[in-house]
Design a protein around this ligand. Structure first.
Ligand SMILES: *[C@@H]1O[C@H](CO)[C@@H](O)[C@H](O)[C@H]1NC(C)=O
Ligand SMILES: *[C@@H]1O[C@H](CO)[C@@H](O)[C@H](O)[C@H]1NC(C)=O
Ligand SMILES: *[C@@H]1O[C@H](CO)[C@@H](O)[C@H](O)[C@H]1NC(C)=O
Ligand SMILES: *[C@@H]1O[C@H](CO)[C@@H](O)[C@H](O)[C@H]1NC(C)=O
Ligand SMILES: *[C@@H]1O[C@H](CO)[C@@H](O)[C@H](O)[C@H]1NC(C)=O
Ligand SMILES: *[C@@H]1O[C@H](CO)[C@@H](O)[C@H](O)[C@H]1NC(C)=O
Length: 326
């Protein structure tokens, strides 16, 4: 893994060629050997890199450096006998693990990631967050994450019985997620309320029991997927009417929510609509959502002429209402 030949005696183009062939671990390792090599690696990283970073705040937190192929993971393990290098194959990819151990894994992870960001400039792609893993350090991590935006964030709690409250709120209110935010908490403290940031293009909440009709109308995200919200079929009907009147959700692309069953559609569709002209309505919905098996679609029209297709589907999590705009 170490560079044994005199790298810096090579002509510049040849040196860049050698650096380009190195894996992320070798590049990081090389950059730490001297000021000169750090400069060389930083110069290389000015070129467009295909790598990106995934941070996992689990019980054994990690920094993963991904390309299309094999990931390189720096993982802080609890079992000291694992310190060092290990690899395993999963789904055809070789996972390279550099296992570390520390009394302060979060601080070390943040330090190493700051270093990688400075030297290699890999963008932050995803943050995966278990709220139960480091409960006393959530604010610290959120404050540190605030300066960097990410494409995707998923937040959950490994202890499914734990009631989630201010920690989740602090995190969600302080990070910037550009594309997708997935909140997978199972239950909340009594009276829990939380505003949802407008930035993530796509929002998914597994247990949205804290979202009521008024908050649903305020959501600005373009794709919204809610499980178990406090929104009735009659309110869903009002939600559609509000969309048709251009009073809310002007940029909405897709929406889905659980409902009690097929009979709720009668209440929801109590507004002007017609059978969709789309012959392949099932496929149209399948392209946008995880296989819901929508059999019949209905078109509704907004006052400015924009059309949305809505339908009922029985998903793996139960009966759902689906909507997509054209
Ligand atoms: C660089 O790699 C060598 C050989 O694998 C290893 O002994 C050394 O600890 C590494 N340095 C850092 C900073 O990780
Ligand atoms: C971080 O989140 C807390 C809790 O929601 C909020 O009060 C605070 O204003 C947020 N900080 C920033 C800088 O947005
Ligand atoms: C959703 O959260 C509420 C509030 O904590 C809780 O009462 C309910 O059981 C949760 N639903 C599920 C399916 O976990
Ligand atoms: C969604 O599912 C939950 C749990 O299965 C249920 O309590 C709730 O009433 C459902 N929502 C609607 C609008 O039917
Ligand atoms: C519907 O799907 C069939 C088969 O996939 C395809 O041949 C047909 O062109 C589609 N029709 C429309 C209107 O897209
Ligand atoms: C929905 O699908 C499940 C199997 O995935 C089935 O058990 C259930 O009866 C279906 N419910 C309705 C209302 O069609």
């Amino acid at each position: 893994m170490t560079v044994v030949f005199p790298l810096f005696h090579l002509p510049l183009v040849a040196m860049e060629h050698v650096l380009c062939m190195m894996n992320p671990y070798e590049l990081i390792n090389l950059s730490m050997t001297s000021a000169k090599s750090k400069k060389a690696v930083m110069a290389l990283s000015r070129m467009k890199s295909e790598f990106s970073i995934v941070l996992s705040f689990y019980r054994q937190p990690s920094i993963s450096i991904l390309r299309r192929g094999d990931p390189w993971n720096f993982r802080w393990v609890s079992d000291e006998s694992r310190i060092g290098y290990e690899e395993f194959t999963q789904f055809g990819y070789v996972h390279h693990n550099i296992c570390k151990h520390s009394k302060k894994p979060i601080e070390e992870l943040m330090e190493l990631n700051d270093y990688i960001k400075e030297v290699l400039k890999y963008p932050l792609r995803c943050v995966s967050f278990d709220l139960c893993a480091f409960p006393t350090q959530i604010k610290l991590i959120a404050d540190w994450l605030r300066s960097q935006s990410m494409i995707y964030a998923e937040i959950w709690n490994s202890d499914r019985e734990k009631e989630i409250g201010d920690d989740l709120k602090y995190l969600v209110n302080n990070i910037t997620v550009v594309d997708r935010m997935s909140l997978q908490s199972s239950r909340y403290k009594e009276g829990f309320q939380m505003e949802i940031p407008t930035t993530p293009h796509s929002l998914r909440i597994t247990n949205a029991s804290f979202i009521n009709f008024e908050q649903l109308l305020r959501l600005k995200n373009r794709k919204i997927s809610l499980g178990k919200p406090c929104v009735s079929a009659k309110e869903l009907n009002n939600f559609l009417k509000s969309w048709m009147d251009r009073e809310s959700h002007l940029d909405l692309e897709a929406f889905d929510m659980n409902i009690s069953g097929p009979e709720a559609m009668e209440v929801i569709m109590d507004l002007s609509h017609e059978e969709t002209a789309d012959e392949n309505v099932t496929e149209t919905f399948n392209k946008k959502f995880y296989p819901p098996e929508v059999k019949n679609g209905f078109d509704i029209k907004r006052c400015d002429g924009k059309v949305a297709t809505v339908g009922y589907g029985n998903s793996s999590t139960g009966p759902r209402f689906y909507m997509l705009t054209h």
